[in-house]
Design a protein around this ligand. Structure first.
Ligand code: NAI
Length: 208
């Protein structure tokens, strides 16, 4: 797949397709037409066809989509066919909650370690993990083939910590700190803002 030709909007919709296909699989649905899928997802059938055509289509006229096949193809495109090892930086409220959320594993995303600077947190449990000191970070990343770092720390130290992680080889950042990271071109940051999502509701309450 040429990374440059698929629009960000399409890329952002892929996880949603993947999620709906997972539900269909749970319901033992073997195949689905783009029309049926469109009703379930609340998007037009033509958008589904257009989106999936970016990756070669997958559907067959008169048959629709094979759910297992489409899900595994999308999983491959999303990089879920290989396991990704993740670390969490920050073992506060958010870091602990993420460490406790075991559902990532079903997507091949394995949380391997959690780190903090606070002495009183080192050695404490966070889910199945034990909080480690930042001094152990560099060796841990190298020894555990870590590819994604989650930043669950305050915004002030986040850029410095991200730069340090980059120097240890991390190129993918799941950033919860409320600051944009200025990363080199070969790194990517996915910024998560729960409050943005919540504001969709306040907008709806105000304007709906
Ligand atoms: P918290 O205060 O409970 O935990 C932060 C942890 O980061 C603390 O344990 C602290 O010792 C650690 N820390 C601070 N500097 C560090 C460093 N240089 N290296 C390693 N660890 C360090 O805060 P909470 O509630 O867990 O939030 C964490 C961050 O996530 C904050 O920046 C908060 O604003 C943000 N947040 C973002 C959300 C979002 O939707 N984007 C939602 C909730 C929190």
């Amino acid at each position: 797949m040429n990374k440059n030709v698929v629009s960000d909007a399409v890329k952002r919709r892929l996880p949603r397709y993947y999620r709906f296909l997972s539900v269909l699989q749970e319901e033992k649905v073997e195949r689905i037409s783009s029309e049926e899928l469109s009703k379930r997802m609340g998007v037009t059938a033509s958008q589904i066809r257009q989106d999936l055509n970016n990756f070669g289509g997958f559907g067959q006229q008169g048959y629709g989509y094979n759910v297992d096949k489409l899900k595994s193809e999308l999983g491959r495109i999303l990089g879920l066919d290989t396991a990704h090892n993740i670390i969490i930086i920050g073992a506060g409220n958010l870091g602990q909650a993420l460490a406790n959320y075991s559902n990532f594993q079903t997507r091949g995303l394995i949380v391997k370690g959690i780190f903090d600077i606070r002495e009183d947190l080192i050695g404490k449990k966070a889910g199945d993990l034990t909080v480690m000191p930042m001094e152990a970070l560099e060796d841990f990343i190298k020894e555990n083939n870590i590819s994604i770092a989650t930043l669950a720390i305050p915004k002030e130290p986040a850029p410095t910590v991200a730069a340090m992680l980059y120097s240890y080889g991390i190129r993918a950042f799941w950033n919860f700190a409320h600051v944009d990271l200025d990363l080199p071109e070969d790194a990517v940051s996915e910024n998560v803002h729960l409050s943005d999502s919540l504001m969709q509701l306040t907008y709806w309450l105000n304007n709906g």
